[in-house]
Design a protein around this ligand. Structure first.
Ligand SMILES: NC(=O)c1ccc[n+]([C@@H]2O[C@H](COP(=O)([O-])OP(=O)(O)OC[C@H]3O[C@@H](n4cnc5c(N)ncnc54)[C@H](OP(=O)(O)O)[C@@H]3O)[C@@H](O)[C@H]2O)c1
Length: 249
């Protein structure tokens, strides 16, 4: 059973991958709630005013070891940490280059873990980690073995962090979000997608924000999947707990 934490309201938020897409929408929620909001990404200094107003930029390239080792990880107060950064890859493994395997692994797993290691070691107060994994970690997919493996590993690493985080500070919490398809064209570059059937990232960010705000237990895993019902396509559906991996065939 998961224990219930005492509450320490976060004063700051760090959004790893907060420059675009779902991460940007989460950063907007944090900023609008009055949190001091640090946005991480490669493009933090190139954003238009409407995507950077009210945020504190922290340059980070998760695929560059020096950048991960030197990025500013200070969290001045109880903090939300959103682990969001990612990219998609749909390719048969046999046609995937070694550099693509290394790059996606750095981006989705090893880079964030090294950054989180530094962030948690330096945190002066409580941390509420909110991980954006994916339903691709348990759904049957084709030509996505690397992406799916890394999203499943991200989810497993997040669950695995719960005991040590709770031991480190009684107010620490972990929220694991497993979203389905989002209407984020940047993420699905080059693919033919009907975005009318995908979930709106701003709406999903609102759901995640409300879930994180209302969480009292130390750990919560949440599926946010898109409805496929005729007339309801793309409407987010929220359910709690993990899912068994689907059979591959
Ligand atoms: N879109 C979907 O359908 C979907 C579904 C389920 C789960 N997800 C997950 O949701 C997360 C966000 O996806 P999204 O759709 O919002 O994608 P997105 O719009 O493409 O945003 C990706 C974010 O990751 C950052 N990023 C990419 N490469 C980076 C690097 N090397 N170093 C640091 N940051 C980097 C980007 O910032 P910079 O470009 O500034 O570096 C950007 O802020 C991902 O983890 C994805 O796996 C997405």
């Amino acid at each position: 059973m998961t224990s219930t934490t005492s509450q320490a309201q976060p004063a700051v938020a760090a959004v790893i991958g907060g420059t675009r897409g779902l991460g940007h929408q989460l950063a907007v929620r944090c900023r609008d709630a009055g949190l001091r909001t640090f946005v991480y990404g490669r493009s933090v200094h190139d954003l238009p005013p409407e995507r950077s107003r009210g945020f504190e930029p922290r340059e980070l390239d998760l695929c560059d070891a020096d950048s991960v080792a030197s990025a500013d990880v200070s969290l001045p107060g109880p903090a939300y940490v959103f682990w969001v950064a990612g990219a998609f890859l749909k390719k048969p493994l046999a046609k995937t280059e070694d550099a693509e395997i290394d790059g996606l692994t750095d981006l989705l797993l090893t880079g964030p873990l090294k950054l989180l290691r530094r962030m948690l070691a330096a945190a002066p107060s409580s941390v509420r980690l909110v991980t954006i994994a994916s339903s691709s970690g348990w759904k049957r997919r084709e030509n996505e073995s690397l992406y799916c493996a890394l999203k499943a590993a991200q989810a497993t690493a997040t669950r695995g962090l719960v005991p040590e985080l709770v031991e480190a500070h009684p107010a620490n919490q972990v929220t694991l979000i497993q979203p389905g398809g989002l209407a984020v064209p940047d993420f699905h570059t080059g693919l033919e997608i009907d975005y009318g059937t995908m979930m709106d990232p701003a709406e999903v960010a609102g759901i995640i924000w409300d879930l994180a705000q209302s969480q009292r237990e130390s750990f919560r895993e949440v599926q946010i999947l898109r409805s496929r019902e005729p007339g309801q396509e793309g409407v987010p559906q929220v359910s709690f707990g993990p899912r068994l991996p689907e059979p591959p065939l």
